[in-house]
Design a protein around this ligand. Structure first.
Ligand SMILES: NC(=O)c1ccc[n+]([C@@H]2O[C@H](COP(=O)([O-])OP(=O)(O)OC[C@H]3O[C@@H](n4cnc5c(N)ncnc54)[C@H](O)[C@@H]3O)[C@@H](O)[C@H]2O)c1
Ligand SMILES: [Zn+2]
Ligand SMILES: [Zn+2]
Length: 368
């Protein structure tokens, strides 16, 4: 079939919205008609090279829609089912899935390779095979994805909002709740208030944190941060240190979650300086694959038992956490509507990413 998709043809190029060919779902795959897709910063990494991926590639990994067809061997979803696409597939059988760590599923190794799990491509643009970001490619009206990448949700789910739960909401929430293990009464700092950071604030709030300090150089992000649970705002980590030190009478924060646009080795030392004894620094932002230098006090790490933890998808479990977060939304505990700053047509995707770079959006979404 033919569909319209945003394709990236090379480093530092613009997204090209064009008609492409899409193959039918193969064994273990499903065809999805998308309702909406979020504009996450991780697709910007495909443009800048911070996430290397072969071109051409259909972008997008934060989406929701309705099953429009199933390939052979698919039994858990059917045509018409509403689904959230998870940017990490979960096979349910590998050692990591078996232990409940589905975010680390062995199938995840394929998410930035381009082709589908069998090594062939479903999308073809201008006669060339095109890969799919995270096996998904949600910047397209229709896509074909592994059944392992879809999570069935309740009929009547607001799929435009649910799209954000496929990456940003779950990643941010989980970074605070699961990876950082925020507890009632904790002091938490979230550095970088975009789609991920806003949800780390919500996670910290729902987990019962007492002081939640948002850090972002963009003033209106700090205003927005209050809506999601921040009790204080700072324009830099240094400024946050003064606030946290006063609030906690020198004990410092229990956790610091790094959700800046790009992870920088230089942020680790100051983040470690913000947390107190047994404090956790969580690295959720993605850094360049060749960035391998971090700084920080080894002395304090040992004597204060400080920890640095990486966080993929907020250490979450898609099949458990995606429906659970949607329930929290339905019960009025989790904000999704407020995350969407602006909606775009697929044709305006480059404007959407420019607005993200200019610091205007908590999250932009494409509505199909
Ligand atoms: N680990 C995962 O599973 C996972 C999943 C999704 C996204 N990510 C990554 O998370 C990061 C954030 O994504 P996003 O979509 O929220 O991005 P975004 O661009 O919407 O937000 C980033 C924010 O960081 C702020 N910022 C930049 N430099 C800063 C600094 N020095 N101090 C404080 N704030 C600063 C920006 O002003 C912006 O508000 C990206 O690196 C993205 O690739 C990781
Ligand atoms: Zn994402
Ligand atoms: Zn697995």
């Amino acid at each position: 079939m033919k569909t319209k998709a945003a394709v990236l043809w090379g480093l530092n190029e613009k997204w090209q919205v064009e008609e492409v060919e899409l193959d039918p779902p193969q064994h273990g795959e499903v065809l999805v008609k998308l309702t909406a897709s979020g504009l996450c910063h991780s697709d910007e990494h495909l443009v800048t090279g911070d996430i290397p991926i072969p071109y051409p590639v259909v972008g997008g990994h934060e989406g929701a829609g309705v099953i429009a067809g199933v390939g052979p061997g698919v039994s858990d979803v059917d045509e018409g089912d509403p689904v959230v696409l998870s940017f990490l597939p979960a096979c349910g059988r590998c050692s990591y899935c078996a232990r409940g760590m589905t975010n680390l599923c062995d199938l995840g190794a394929a998410v930035v390779l381009g082709p589908q799990l069998d090594g062939t491509c479903r999308f073809h643009a201008r006669g060339e095979d095109a890969g799919q970001m995270c096996l998904l490619g949600t910047f397209s009206e229709y896509t074909v994805v592994p059944a392992a990448s879809v999570v069935k949700v309740d009929p009547g789910t607001a799929l435009d909002k649910a799209a954000l739960v496929g990456c940003g909401v779950t990643t941010g929430f989980g970074s605070a709740v699961r990876t950082a293990e925020v507890c009632a009464g904790d002091t938490v700092v979230v550095v970088g208030i975009g789609g991920i950071g806003a949800n780390a604030l919500q996670g910290a709030r729902i987990a019962g944190a007492r002081y939640i300090v948002a850090v972002d150089p963009v003033a209106h992000k700090l205003e927005k941060a209050r809506e999601f649970g921040a009790t204080h705002g700072a324009s830099s980590i240094d400024e946050a240190w003064d606030i946290v030190s006063t609030l906690t009478r020198g004990q410092l924060a229990d956790a610091c979650v790094l959700t800046t646009d790009v992870a920088e080795g230089d942020h680790i030392g100051p983040a470690l300086g913000l947390v107190g004894k047994r404090g956790r620094v969580v690295v959720t932002a993605i850094g360049h694959p060749e960035e391998s230098t971090m700084t920080g006090s080894l002395f304090e790490m040992t004597l204060y038992e400080k920890q640095i933890r990486g966080s993929l998808f907020g250490s979450s479990n898609a099949r458990h956490d995606i429906p659970r977060l949607l329930e929290l939304y339905n019960e009025g505990l989790l904000k999704l509507d407020e995350l969407v700053t602006r909606e775009y047509r697929l044709e305006d995707i480059n404007q959407g990413y420019q607005d993200m770079r200019d610091g205007q959006n908590i999250r932009g979404i494409i509505r199909y």
